[in-house]
Design a protein around this ligand. Structure first.
Ligand SMILES: NC(=O)c1ccc[n+]([C@@H]2O[C@H](COP(=O)([O-])OP(=O)(O)OC[C@H]3O[C@@H](n4cnc5c(N)ncnc54)[C@H](O)[C@@H]3O)[C@@H](O)[C@H]2O)c1
Length: 259
């Protein structure tokens, strides 16, 4: 098992990719804090992990709230005795044309996707530095952070911000042997893309389901990404196998983006 004895927090772990990563980490021997704004969803995932013989606890957190985030890290330490891995996966997206983007849209996406990521990483890094045994931070970015889209300005910008924050945090934390890397997924089969599909359909006049079908049709590997497709990279970036990798954002997108 590649994460035996490690203690991990995964934000947004009540659904989609966060859930898949939490379950895989537990299967690899980690003790997992399933953190989500949706308490019932977090509790259900923690129970699933327990049912599979793993160790997990649920924690309700709004990543925008610094006090709640500090309490989340304190809960990991109180329950499991420390913190080795943070996955900043909680994120949201809205499809809004450039000219219609409001301050509320901008703040919603940047507050959760970027400011929340900052608070979580700061609190986790402070704990890891105190412990003095290094650590791993894995940020979930997106292929949306690699290029712009006319209908997706704020979300694309927020994910480009995640890629940039990954670089700065990696440099800041390298002296403490804390690796900071990112994963940029593509079109992933989660509740997130169901909403994206509906919003795209409304804006473009396409039938619901058609935006998703077209997005999937352009993926070189020829199928939609499953939440579990990111779990392997997430384990690798949390394990000792990636000790000499930092500042990188790895595309896990079926070949959608070449860079
Ligand atoms: N689905 C995709 O195609 C796709 C592609 C690339 C990147 N991503 C990114 O991957 C991450 C996970 O997305 P997903 O598709 O699994 O989405 P999802 O909607 O299935 O899950 C997101 C989870 O985050 C939680 N959350 C939302 N706001 C929160 C907050 N303020 N504090 C704590 N938790 C909060 C939600 O309750 C939910 O459980 C996001 O950062 C998303 O931007 C998604």
């Amino acid at each position: 098992m590649r994460l035996e004895g490690k203690i991990a927090i995964i934000t947004g772990a009540g659904s989609g990719m966060g859930r898949a990563i939490a379950k895989r980490y537990a299967a690899e021997g980690a003790k997992v804090v399933v953190a989500d704004i949706n308490q019932a969803a977090a509790a259900a995932v923690a129970a699933e992990i327990g049912g599979d013989g793993g160790e997990a606890t649920a924690f309700q957190v709004d990543v925008r709230n610094q006090e709640q985030v500090k309490a989340m890290v304190a809960a990991a330490v109180a329950r499991f005795g420390g913190l080795d891995i943070l996955v900043t996966n909680a994120g949201v997206g809205r499809i809004v044309p450039f000219l219609d983007t409001t301050e509320a849209d901008w703040d919603y996406m940047f507050d959760i996707n970027c400011k929340g990521l900052l608070w979580c990483s700061q609190a986790a890094a402070a704990q890891m530095i105190d412990q003095g045994r290094g650590g791993k931070i894995v940020n979930i970015a997106s292929q949306a952070g690699r290029r712009g889209e006319a209908l997706v300005l704020a979300y694309c910008a927020s994910k480009a911000c995640v890629i940039s924050m990954t670089q700065s945090m990696a440099l800041a934390l390298a002296p403490h042997k804390i690796n900071v890397n990112g994963i940029a997924p593509g079109v992933v089969d989660t509740p997130f893309w169901e909403q994206v599909d509906q919003q795209f359909a409304k804006l473009t006049g396409l039938e619901p389901g058609e935006p998703k079908r077209r997005a999937v049709a352009s993926i070189p590997l020829g199928r939609i990404e499953q939440p579990d497709d990111v779990a392997g990279a997430a384990v690798f970036l949390a394990s000792s196998e990636s000790d000499y990798i930092t500042q990188q954002t790895i595309n896990v997108d079926g070949g959608n983006w070449p860079g």
